[in-house]
Design a protein around this ligand. Structure first.
Ligand SMILES: Nc1ncnc2c1ncn2[C@@H]1O[C@H](COP(=O)(O)OP(=O)(O)OP(=O)(O)O)[C@@H](O)[C@H]1O
Length: 949
């Protein structure tokens, strides 16, 4: 075992854009590298390293100086580590991986290592067989994540006697050439990039470890050496604030930095010269790289720095870190596994030891028995491991039982140490193994618990999400519900409104009905009053007619001077009374009536008689005239009736026409008016002519009456003469001759006169009556004429009063409209009722639907819960299966479809030139390799040899 220091090299990258922008034009480099390339001056401080690489250093130089030796060591069975430390952007990844894997100049350390490994294998002796495995992991927030199986994100660090410190369940891939290594690196980097996005952290905040394990087997001796090469790209060493990492709590930030600060602590403890305890277990990183720092490893630390003033603080801190690490001493040894012969020897030795110990145990038990039984065993007889002594172990020399305590204490201590994350120092090999076993168990349990916690957290998150979902769905349901409720209330409102409208309509209808009834009543009243007015008009007309008639009659009769008749009458009466007086005084005082007188009287009487006869003739003629007038009147009346009927017809027709056509009212009125006027004018003219005729006839009659009057006058004159004659006769009677004859004659005369007078009286009465009738008729005709005039005026008025008719028609129309409105309202009411019924039905169906939907929702909820539970179960089962599969490593990732089968590589047995190029290795028949070990081995050997040709 050789003790060696960690190799620390410092590398300064070129000035970058930001720095140049800060300090143009060259970003002001502030470092000064010594000519010997092992010192750098910064802020007047010197920092010494194994080598300092300048700004323009080549990748190849760094590799050659810092790494090539390590790779050789690893192939020889040593552990090796290459760290890249430095602030973000200082060139760690550039150094480790390079900017282009395929470019010879810019490819980094890892590709070069890979190539070197395979080249070295090819140049190794043919009796050496190699197995190369790679793993790729990442430490972020103290969780180890398998970058080649990213779902494994909480891997545990285990340690046992055989394997030392290792990451449990970390997937590893067998690789046969550099390309395969690159492919795996690419896949891992991809997973890293994806996870970094998912974790909301930059890749610079995680540590990546690329592990290459090389198992070297001597196929002749069977001895085996294992070398593990850890290639570590550390997280940015700067303070968190500087990069402005966001979204992390302080706790998380501490966790992120834990591994890095633990690394610093480990380096401090290793280099301060006084610490007895090295806190490897304080972080996952230091635990994994335990052997790399102060342990069994060849280690190179590359500190990457910025040369610019802009990053001077970080550069100083990085250089200090490197300086400290420089003094770490490692003691690397070859990890050998013994050959069968060596193992046989070891077995024999252990069997011997076992026999000795068994004997010793038996002796001890025998001694113990003695001690327990109260006996004592002398000291010289106490059981010992020495074969000579064991046969003579005296029973009283055995160790007291209480002395076994420290062992128990040790175990307790172990537990305590595990708890406090330190390993007890006072343990022997077996106890240490127990301790590690226990620790591993605990670590597994811890991982299980963490897994359970994370799955619980996942479940919790799912439940939360579900809760959120249910909350949101509840909210949406609530919203929907409230929507429905608002709709429902709207519907209710509508319904109520409809109901209200319906009621309102019913009320309106009632009101309209009432109004209709009122209107009908008022129309009836109007009709009645119209009728009454007509009747009244008729009555008043009749009255007027009677009145007028009476007046006219009075006027007319006034014209006829009946005094003549009455005078004559009076004269006659006087004559008669005289005659009566004569008759009375016949015996005593006879009047002096002479025969002349009598004859005169007779004559006159005869004249009177003839006059009376003439008058009678005239009266008869008058009667005939009168009849003719009556017939004429009747004719006029019938004509008037026909006119009236014609007029009514015309009126009706015109109204109908007007109603039918509803043409321009004024025009039609005017037309009708004109027509009526024309017609009426002709009729009037006719009537007037007739009236004039009648007037003329009346004139004639008046004339006749006048003549009659004159005749009566004449008769009056005659009567006077008669009077005188009578007086003379009376005087003759007084003379006293032929008194008896005269008395007789007188008597006869008196009688005849009396009869004639009566006759005359009757005649006169009949004449007067006839006259009166005629006058009446004339008056009636005149009144009728007036009436016609009035009617004509009325017709005119009626044409003007068309407005009234129009009003009537309007009223009728209104009535009709009202009736129509009423009907409409009734219809509307009915339709509203129907709508209400429909709305009610709809409401019912809607509420049914709502309840159905609610029921469905509840059922769906139930189903969802059931299916959720089922799904959970299935998911759990799948998870378990997946877990199983993962733990068995049976599954292969989709992207890496190689490396699951060991590919032993045989040494080329010659110089490097004899080896195949990485591309040539593509021709490996992998299917053959899997068949059987021996066959595949032969095949590979032949491939190697053939490739080397
Ligand atoms: N020696 C160098 N020569 C040329 N370019 C370099 C060198 N070192 C670093 N760079 C460039 O500087 C930039 C940052 O480098 P890189 O990504 O390697 O830094 P880093 O320390 O790995 O950062 P992070 O911690 O974020 O991963 C890259 O563009 C890289 O190509």
């Amino acid at each position: 075992m050789a003790s060696n220091n960690i190799k620390v090299v410092a590398r300064f990258r070129p000035v970058n854009k930001v720095e140049r922008n800060q300090y143009p034009p060259d970003g002001r480099p502030v470092i000064d590298i010594s000519d010997t390339n092992d010192q750098v001056k910064l802020n007047n401080d010197d920092y010494s390293f194994d080598r300092v690489f300048n700004l323009d250093s080549k990748q190849e130089d760094v590799f050659e100086y810092g790494v090539r030796g390590i790779v050789d060591d690893v192939i020889s069975g040593y552990n090796g580590t290459v760290f890249a430390y430095g602030q973000t952007g200082s060139g760690k990844t550039y150094t480790m991986m390079g900017s282009d894997i395929d470019d010879n100049n810019s490819k980094g350390i890892i590709p070069r290592i890979t190539e070197q490994i395979f080249e070295s294998i090819l140049t190794s002796p043919p009796n050496m067989e190699y197995l190369v495995k790679v793993s790729y992991m990442e430490i972020y927030m103290e969780r180890i994540r398998d970058l080649l199986s990213p779902s494994n994100d909480n891997l545990q660090v285990h340690e046992d006697k055989l394997r030392g410190v290792y990451v449990k369940n970390l997937s590893d891939y067998y690789v046969g050439d550099a390309k395969e290594v690159y492919e795996i690196m690419r896949q891992g980097s991809l997973a890293r990039a994806v996870s970094s996005t998912n974790m909301n952290a930059e890749s610079s905040r995680s540590h990546s470890i690329f592990l290459i394990s090389i198992v070297q087997k001597n196929i002749e001796t069977g001895s085996q050496k294992t070398g593990n090469l850890y290639l570590v790209d550390l997280a940015g060493s700067e303070k968190i604030g500087k990069t402005g990492a966001t979204g992390q709590t302080l706790e998380e930030a501490k966790k992120i930095n834990k591994s890095l600060s633990a690394l610093g602590m480990v380096i401090n403890a290793l280099t301060d010269g006084k610490s007895t305890h090295i806190p490897y277990r304080d972080s996952k990183l230091t635990r994994i790289l335990q052997e790399s720092l102060g342990g069994n490893s060849r280690t190179t630390l590359i500190v990457n720095c910025s040369p610019s003033e802009y990053n001077v603080d970080e550069t100083v801190s990085t250089l200090r870190f490197g300086m400290r690490a420089k003094s770490i001493k490692n003691s690397a040894r070859v990890n050998t596994e013994l050959s069968p012969a060596e193992l046989k020897n070891l077995l024999k030795k252990s069997q011997r030891d076992r026999a000795i110990y068994e004997e010793f145990v038996n002796a001890l038990e025998a001694e113990l028995k003695l001690w327990r039984s109260g006996l004592t065993v002398p000291k010289e007889e106490w059981a010992t491991k020495e074969p000579s002594a064991k046969e003579n172990i005296p029973l009283n020399n055995l160790i007291p039982s209480s002395q076994s305590k420290p062992m128990i204490q040790n175990i307790d201590n172990t537990r305590e140490e595990v708890r406090t994350n330190t390993i007890p120092t006072n343990l022997d090999k077996d106890e240490r193994e127990d301790f590690l076993k226990y620790e591993n168990e605990l670590s597994d349990q811890l991982a299980d618990k963490e897994k359970a916690v994370s799955s619980l957290e996942r479940v919790l998150k799912e439940l939360r999400d579900e809760l959120e979902f249910y909350k949101s769905s509840h909210q949406s349901i609530n919203e929907e519900n409230s929507n429905f409720q608002t709709q429902l209330s709207d519907l209710r409102l509508q319904f109520e409104r409809l109901e209200f409208d319906n009621k309102d309509n019913i009320i309106n209808m009632d009101v309209l009905r009432d109004r209709n009834a009122e209107l009908t009543a008022s129309v009836n009243d109007l009709n009645k009053s119209l009728e009454e007015a007509k009747n009244a008009e008729k009555d008043s007309l009749a009255e007027d007619f009677e009145k007028k008639k009476a007046e006219k009659m009075a006027q007319m009769m006034a014209k006829f001077d009946a005094t003549g008749f009455s005078e004559k009458n009076d004269t006659l009466r006087d004559v008669l009374s005289k005659l009566d007086e004569i008759d009375i005084n016949e015996n005593s005082d006879r009047s002096g009536l002479t025969s002349d007188d009598l004859s005169t009287i007779r004559r006159q009487l005869i004249e009177m008689q003839s006059l009376t006869r003439d008058s009678q003739d005239k009266l008869r003629a008058s009667e005939q005239d009168n009849k003719a007038l009556v017939s004429k009147r009747e004719e006029v009346e019938t004509r008037l009736h026909s006119l009236e009927s014609e007029f009514e017809e015309l009126l009706e027709k015109s109204i109908k026409e007007e109603e039918a056509n509803n043409l321009d009212l004024q025009e039609s009125i005017n037309g009708i008016k004109e027509k009526l006027e024309a017609q009426y004018n002709t009729k009037r003219e006719k009537v007037e002519i007739e009236v004039n005729d009648l007037r003329q006839q009346i004139e004639v009659k008046n004339h006749d009456v006048k003549t009659l009057k004159d005749e009566v006058k004449t008769m009056n004159g005659l009567n006077d003469e008669l009077k005188r004659a009578f007086a003379v006769t009376s005087a003759g009677i007084e003379g006293g001759k032929n008194l008896v004859d005269s008395a007789k004659d007188l008597e006869r005369t008196r009688k005849s006169l009396a009869s004639q007078l009566n006759e005359f009286e009757g005649m006169k009465k009949s004449l007067m009556k006839d006259l009166q009738d005629r006058c009446e008729k004339v008056v009636e005709l005149e009144i009728e004429l007036d009436q016609y005039k009035e009617q004509y005026a009325q017709v005119l008025r009626s044409t003007n009063n068309k407005a009234a008719q129009k009003k009537m028609a309007f009223l009728e129309r209104n009535l009709e409209q009202l009736t129509l409105v009423q009907k409409g309202l009734v219809d509307q009411n009915q339709s509203l009722k129907k709508e209400v019924a429909i709305a009610e039905r709809k409401l019912l169906t809607r509420s049914e639907r709502i309840s159905n939907l609610e029921q469905l929702l509840q059922e769906a909820d139930k189903r969802l819960v059931i299916s959720n539970a089922k799904f959970e179960g299935q998911l759990q089962a799948v998870r378990e299966r997946l877990e199983q599969a993962r733990s068995q490593k049976a599954s292969t990732t989709a992207s890496i479809n190689f490396g699951r089968i060991a590919k032993p590589l045989r040494g080329g047995g010659g110089s490097g030139s004899a080896g195949p190029s990485p591309t040539n290795k593509k021709t490996i028949d992998l299917s053959g390799i899997a068949d059987n070990d021996d066959g595949s081995s032969t095949k590979r050997a032949s491939w190697f040899f053939s490739a080397g040709k």
